[in-house]
Write a protein that binds this ligand. Structure first.
Ligand code: SAM
Length: 277
């Protein structure tokens, strides 16, 4: 009898061979290369990665799957099982450079992507199955509803491409929504040039805090210490209006209409205000 799956752990096992093959093709494995797989499940993708010659470090959280995976580890010299939570494990204990190839558990996919894309020097390439909506968020451009802080966070370090929409029937049990295979390739250099990356991302986060508010109104929520020199203005509104003028951005615009270069102009304007007044 088939084992009961655990929906809370995002257990939708991919069984359609063509999508498994497409993921492995996109990962472009060189024999002997180190690959990290998050959410090994029953090992369908793992076996294909091993067949392509990869050395696979596979993380799986579900105790019930571990005995079968341990057996698989005994049978494959290039498979290393890590029993644990992908959000908690110590990535420094793993090889320095790896491709991340995974059919991610959907409930933690965005968290895993946010966490691991920050380690761009460790993960030059990611090929991921995600919920279609997440795939669209990663690949969106300004002006569309999926565009937001995740797009810009990942886009700063990676070039994202949505390669394939995958219907629910490709999985067992089928999820309620479509999925998508995305390909994230590390950029040679960050998408934009800013002096202080943390500040750039805080501006983006503040900008998107309330989608219906204007950029000016959202930016006012930034910590006042971000704006040394604000005492030269009669109010915080005045300070941010001046700042947006310096960046040549209309304060009445909404964050979703700004591209990465425009957010970077705001960040540089804040930097020059802090440093130059
Ligand atoms: N790779 C398999 C496949 O393609 O069929 C399974 C993919 S399934 C969508 C996701 C897997 O991730 C499940 O086996 C689930 O138990 C595991 N998982 C869920 N949350 C996890 C976490 N935080 N850390 C590690 N594995 C997790």
């Amino acid at each position: 009898m088939a084992r009961r799956t655990r929906p809370k752990l995002g257990q939708h096992f991919l069984h359609e061979k063509r999508y498994l093959a497409q993921i492995v093709d996109l990962a472009d494995i060189t024999p002997g290369e180190d690959v990290l797989e998050i959410g090994v499940g029953e090992g369908a993708l793992t076996r294909r990665l091993l067949a392509a010659g990869a050395k696979v470090f596979g993380i799986e959280i579900d105790d019930a799957l571990i005995p079968a995976l341990k057996k698989m580890e005994d049978e494959h010299a290039r498979f290393h099982l890590i029993h644990g939570d992908a959000l908690e494990i110590d990535y420094t204990a793993l090889p320095e450079k790896m491709k991340l190839v995974a059919n991610l558990p959907y409930q933690v996919a965005s968290a895993i992507i946010s966490q691991l894309t920050e380690k761009v020097e460790h993960f030059p390439l990611m090929v991921l199955m995600v919920q279609r909506e997440v795939g669209e968020r990663l690949c969106a451009g300004p002006g569309v509803k999926d565009y937001g802080s995740l797009t810009l966070w990942v886009g700063y370090r990676y070039q994202s491409r949505l390669c394939q929409v995958v219907p629910p029937g490709a999985f067992r049990p089928p999820p309620k929504v479509d999925s998508a295979i995305v390909h994230l390739e590390a950029r040679g250099k960050p998408q934009v040039e800013v002096g202080d990356e943390g500040l750039y991302f805080r501006i983006i986060q503040a900008g998107f805090a309330h989608r219906r508010k204007t950029l000016l109104n959202n930016l006012k929520s930034l910590n006042p210490s971000e704006l040394k020199g604000k005492e030269f203005f009669s109010s915080k509104t005045e300070a941010f209006r001046n700042l947006l003028e310096r960046a040549d951005i209309d304060p009445g615009r909404r964050a979703e209409t700004l591209d990465a270069q425009e957010f970077a102009r705001i960040a540089r304007a804040v930097e020059s205000l802090m440093g130059g007044m």
